[in-house]
Design a protein around this ligand. Sequence first.
Ligand code: ATP
Length: 442
Amino acid sequence: MEDLMSKIISLAKRRGFVFPSSEIYGGFGSCYDYGPLGVEMKNNIKRSWWKEMTQLQENIVGLDAAILMNPKVWQASGHLTAGFADELVECKKCHHRFRKDFLEKDKCPDCGGQLTESRKFNLMMKTFIGALEDEAAVTYLRAETCQGIYVNFLNVLNSSRSKIPFGIAQVGKAFRNEITPGNFIYRTREFEQMEMQWFCHPKEADKFFEYWKETRMKWYLNLGIKKENLRFREVAKEELAHYAKRAVDIEYKFPFGWKEIEGIHNRGDWDLSNHSKNSGQKLEYLDEETKEKYYPYIIETSAGADRSFLTFLINAYQEVKGGRTKTTKAVKESEILLEIHKDLAPVKAAVLPLVKNKPELVKRAKEVYELLKTNFVCQYDEVDSIGRRYRRQDEIGTLFAITIDFETLEKKDVTLRDRDTMKQERIKIDDLVGIINQKLNA
Ligand code: ATP
């Protein structure tokens, strides 16, 4: 199974999904860059989440708060104190450091050496703002996006005329000085979160917790993640974060084990009451009808864009033994197919002239490409045999391959090849955009 991860990492690099950061300088501690296909796919993931969590939800609105905030926010939230620290242990022999809660034994997993006593290690990344590097100028890169939502609770409430229950959604970067990052983009120190905070009456919190738990699970299922590789995990009372009343993780069966990809949390009124206490601004809600004034409870759905990316990539990866494209004689042991959901596929269509040495064909193919590119993310490719080009597109999950051949010149039609069924149909150029749109929206 480790083998699968190295295949994914190598495909990601070779085809431009994910590169190690600053690679020409030897990389940089578990930081990664998204390449040309990676950025398309990650944007598609975020767009799908955003549509699901805002456009399709009449009472959820969006927000994009700054990464840098007044450090008092982090003081109040508990992030600067013990609340946001992991237990760190160090091996006395090889000096490798580990998160205590990740260790199965009390010996170093790398060399078997003796471990030190654990000490608290705060995960906040410090930075300085302004010209002076003194304590007065210290602030932090946000460790979670949700604090920007809590401190804007009144702004959003008043400006959007929202009524409880309602939600605020946000996608953005977060930073944690993780002790043991790893497993490619699964755990990094800079990552992106897709979070929604649902504000409700305390009496309705349990009901909405169940609702959001199920709704979020459906998002992964609807985007094609195999059911047998997803599960809920109820977080034990003693494991709960300082603010949480209840937490359920959505876990995926990665090649390195079942691991969290999203957390659903009942945060009670901890955040709003606590920020009220610390800021002196009452972040309460007044129900106009009942005249009841209260701190809403918060149900949070907190997903990682990078972990989702990895999940979708692993879920889509397939090796087809003996190859699937029979158009050339090239004997291949196996071919890679990324069977990624149509909404997430980085490239929707590839335009391929059958041969590149016939100027009329190339000209017509380029016209088709011009026509399609204003509607979908497309690629134009004329290099190598048609079979090889199909394989290149299958490997990156392109949904449709459109071949321009000699018949095209007479009949003004093309061959449309479907990635999954490999069925080929002849389609009039004039109908192409409409038909692809129909398939994408089916
Ligand atoms: P873990 O136990 O794995 O450290 P967590 O419970 O601290 O995660 P949350 O604070 O609930 O994570 O964050 C919500 C989501 O943000 C996670 O489910 C994950 O998708 C994402 N996330 C958190 N930390 C990281 C990280 N270091 N790298 C990538 N994604 C992360």
